[in-house]
Design a protein around this ligand. Structure first.
Ligand SMILES: *Cc1c(COP(=O)(O)O)cnc(C)c1O
Length: 359
């Protein structure tokens, strides 16, 4: 694929990178990757172009019917100075899973990864070098037809933007969160769009999130949409529990987003010789395990935080306090292992790290 580069004459100041305060997703780099889709041409017009607002006809289909999905990835500056991404091909394939579900065109994983690497290489000076900081990568696709008929758009835009982000955790390390078990609203239901990273899933989750925050919680734990019984995800992260010495995570059922961090954790834990179970996990099973003193640790997993330890789970009147407000031992060990592989402190024995060449 030929990728044209249009130079930006007005580069922004990178002074913000030095200040060490980079709130998530506020600052964007100088360039973005863009390509267009039309039925007769397929994907075409791939270019790296100055970061700029889009001009959309008010009738553009994505604004009305939500034909849109996104991805979340990171590029890291490793301790040896190399720039790397973590399992980026997994994100390419997941985009096509989302695209299929939303009746949108698939991308060519090799070509898009090539475009992304070129963009990251061009923007390498935007990758902060403070510990555990990174360049957050946000690919997304939108339906572009300017008409209101309820049918799949025939034209699309695919865009990648980049945002430097600081360390998710402060110097005190992993901070446990308070979780409210949501028994009224649901995030997704089997047969719906839960496994796709489509915009509507997130819009529909915000009311519950705001309610929980209003009551002093950080996030919600989602239950399944049919029985309101089986645990699905925590906020926009997958969820894990350590019960006795077994690592348990809900099985992918169609309503759960197949996280790449989740998949990596399962592999790592199995390699460590731990017992790992992917299966339905009922909330009352967890409450019982808690009462029996067997619920040892719980954490969320996702690209942004890597691991988010759960310090408290509130389900109705029941308050389950975990690991005395500190991250559990296994939780911390998994976090250290994954970030170690990403930043280069630990060997990458599974070939997960993709070095971005900077020529
Ligand atoms: C993106 C996402 C995750 C985590 O996926 P990773 O590939 O690990 O970043 C989990 N749940 C939801 C709902 C998500 O959107």
């Amino acid at each position: 694929m030929e990728i044209k580069v249009e130079l930006n004459q007005n580069l922004k100041s990178k002074a913000v990178l030095e200040k060490g305060e980079l709130p998530f997703g506020h600052i964007f780099t100088d360039y973005m990757f863009v390509m267009d889709y039309a039925p007769d041409k397929g994907w075409h017009n791939a270019k790296i172009t100055p970061y700029a607002p889009l001009m959309l006809d008010p009738s553009t289909s994505c604004l009305h019917y939500g034909q849109m999905f996104f991805e979340g990835m990171k590029a890291y500056k490793r301790t040896d100075g190399q720039i790397a991404m973590f399992r980026p091909m997994e994100n390419m394939h997941r985009m096509n899973l989302s695209a299929q579900r939303m009746s949108m065109p698939e991308i060519n994983p090799d070509e898009v990864l090539e475009g992304l690497e070129k963009l990251v290489a061009l923007e390498k000076d935007w990758i902060p070098s403070t510990p555990e900081s990174s360049l957050y990568i946000r690919p997304f696709m939108i339906g572009m037809d300017a008409l209101l008929g309820l049918r799949p758009s025939s034209t699309y835009k695919f865009i990648i933007i980049l945002s430097p982000v600081g360390a998710y955790y402060g110097k005190d390390g992993l901070a446990p969160v308070r979780i409210f078990v949501e028994s009224e609203y649901v995030r997704a239901v089997r047969g719906g769009t839960g496994y796709a990273k489509c915009a509507g899933n997130y819009a529909g989750s915000m009311l519950s999130q705001l309610n929980a925050q209003g009551h002093g919680f950080n996030q919600v734990l989602w239950l399944d949409g049919i029985h309101r019984k089986y645990v699905e995800e925590v906020g926009a992260m997958n969820v894990f529990f350590l019960v006795d010495d077994t690592v348990i995570t809900p099985a992918l059922s169609g309503s759960i987003l197949p996280g790449i961090t989740r998949k990596s954790i399962i592999e790592i834990c199995k390699d460590w010789g731990l017992k790992v179970e992917e299966r339905p996990v009922a909330i009352d099973e967890l409450a019982k395990a808690y009462d029996d003193g067997k619920l040892k640790e719980a954490f969320g997993s996702g690209t942004a935080a890597v691991i988010s330890p759960i310090g408290e789970l509130t389900w109705g009147d029941k308050v389950m306090k975990l690991a005395e407000g500190k991250p559990g031992q296994l939780t911390q060990r998994i976090y250290d292992e994954i970030t170690g592989i990403q930043y280069g402190a630990n060997p990458d024995t599974r070939d997960w790290v993709k070095i971005v060449s900077h020529n």
